[in-house]
Design a protein around this ligand. Structure first.
Ligand SMILES: NC(=O)c1ccc[n+]([C@@H]2O[C@H](COP(=O)([O-])OP(=O)(O)OC[C@H]3O[C@@H](n4cnc5c(N)ncnc54)[C@H](OP(=O)(O)O)[C@@H]3O)[C@@H](O)[C@H]2O)c1
Length: 331
């Protein structure tokens, strides 16, 4: 296949717009491009390179002659339109949580489990943004020292909650009335220990996603994971304090070297000179940044690290486009 016809579902959203940008930047071999959204945005104009494209209303026949359908319009839309995309022969790469834990749907981060791309039945799931950046950093360490347990705390940008999350922060900072609140409390100058809904066991669904998705992507159910997810008033980029306990002893310089050689990772670790990853470091970058590497002496073989990535890129759009690129390259 020399070119690939691509549909972007949710093209007007924060992730969808970034997908269109990333397809262009990475020179994905786009043949026909179809931009899809709800009735609200049908007829709107969007740019793809020099071309002006018209957004179309998503419908059952939107996937005719489409090879790859990048979905980013929420789980309900994915569930409703997956059968139409798959029946038309398109590969559906889904950013929502709709199918991530289904046994017959691969959950893929190319740097971690590329081979799973070739075991799909029409749908490949893109993991949760917080999980993607963490597993890119964990995988090379797990391969060498075997992870027993991970304790992660996240500091997640408002852009992870879509356009409405960003608009709430912008309005609050400008002291304008909030048109439609996305969060249950003010987010400006605040921190909410609340991402997605709460479950019966007291965890939020975001925390549960990090726990379950990490094991599935790493292909190892024995890794113990616990998570606390928070929303912070940051424009873009998720940060994570990640504590890891390994089975085998390590030297800190070996950890640093292993991370520095791993695909998709940048080590930025010179705290004495105030060099460490921040959301503004990762902004508009496709890599995951790691720093603040230090031993945790409170447990055997313990490590602390700080992991940052642009959630709209590696956490969503870039990872989805990378999956499509690798699928095109073949096994
Ligand atoms: N933001 C992140 O960092 C991130 C990371 C990973 C995964 N995700 C997932 O990606 C998805 C989108 O997130 P987002 O942040 O881009 O949200 P967003 O900014 O709110 O955008 C939502 C998009 O979905 C479209 N949409 C909503 N209902 C629709 C319908 N019934 N039919 C067709 N299109 C519909 C919207 O179109 P209109 O313009 O017509 O309303 C818009 O294009 C979610 O599933 C989210 O969980 C987000």
């Amino acid at each position: 296949m020399h070119t690939c016809n691509v549909a972007v579902v949710g093209a007007t959203g924060l992730v969808g717009r970034k997908m269109v940008q990333v397809l262009e930047e990475r020179q994905f071999p786009v043949g026909k491009l179809v931009l899809l959204a709800s009735e609200r945005s049908a007829g709107k104009e969007m740019k793809f390179g020099a071309q002006t494209m018209i957004v179309e209303k998503l419908g059952p026949s939107s996937f005719n002659n489409v090879n790859v359908a990048l979905f980013s319009a929420g789980a309900a839309v994915s569930k409703e339109f997956a059968p139409h995309a798959v029946r038309s022969g398109a590969l559906m790469i889904d950013n929502s949580s709709a199918f991530r834990m289904d046994d017959d749907v691969p959950l893929v981060v190319p740097e971690v489990n590329r081979k799973m791309i070739f075991h799909h039945k029409g749908i490949i799931a893109n993991p949760n943004c917080s999980t993607i950046q963490m597993v890119v950093a964990l995988k090379p360490l797990h391969d060498r020292w075997k992870i027993k347990r991970v304790v992660v705390s996240t500091y997640q940008s408002v852009t992870g909650a879509g356009q409405k999350g960003l608009s709430q922060l912008e309005a609050e900072v400008a002291k304008r009335p909030v048109a439609e609140a996305k969060f249950p409390h003010p987010i400006a100058f605040n921190v909410l220990p609340h991402v997605d809904v709460f479950l019966d066991d007291g965890y939020s669904r975001e925390e549960q996603k990090m726990i379950r998705e990490t094991k599935k992507i790493m292909g190892d159910e024995t890794i113990k994971v616990t998570a606390t997810c928070t929303r912070v008033p940051v424009w873009g980029g998720h940060s994570e304090a990640v504590n890891v306990e390994f089975e085998r002893p390590f030297e800190l310089n070996e950890i640093r070297d292993t991370l520095a050689l791993a695909p998709g990772l940048v080590v930025l670790d010179d705290p004495a000179n105030a060099k460490y990853p921040m959301p503004i470091t990762a902004r508009d970058r496709d890599e995951v940044f790691v720093g603040r590497l230090r031993r945790d002496d409170s447990v055997g073989n313990g490590l602390n690290m700080w992991v940052v990535a642009d959630n709209l890129r590696k956490g969503a759009a870039t990872n989805a486009v990378q999956i499509a690129e690798e699928w095109l390259k073949g096994e």
